[in-house]
Design a protein around this ligand. Sequence first.
Ligand code: HEM
Length: 116
Amino acid sequence: MANVEALRLILLYVHLIGFALLLGGSIAQYASGRLRINPAMLWGSVIQVLTGLGLSAPLRDGDEPAPAKLVTKLVIGLLIFVMVFFSRKRDVVNRGHFLAIVGLTLVNAAVAVFWR
Ligand code: HEM
């Protein structure tokens, strides 16, 4: 069991790094005044979906998060990934599109923390 807990903590650690890349990359890009998708955002969105799926495995010895919470996070995480991936080569994206990526990232972090 100790090994499974170590795996869960490593996944959570990388999940938080992905969050930092996605949100930090978005805010830094927004502050630069040029609204485009940067590599930190792209890799952050990929890392979130992959580590999120790993964290959704039953690694907690019975004390698992609600399935509805995991499905909500997966839908929002995939939406963010799609919005980032298919705009990654554009020189400029719409302000609404960009702010939706930031907003959905904040919503998914809120779901993670407040949905108990
Ligand atoms: C932009 C996308 C995402 C953000 C910003 C995000 C944010 C976070 C944060 C901040 C935590 C730590 C919460 C805590 O330990 O109290 C967390 C944990 C977790 N996340 Fe994500 N996440 C994202 C995507 C996903 C996806 C796609 C999944 C897969 C379904 C997922 C599943 C999980 C799971 C299972 C945990 C473990 C803690 C728990 O839910 O109780 N996440 N996430």
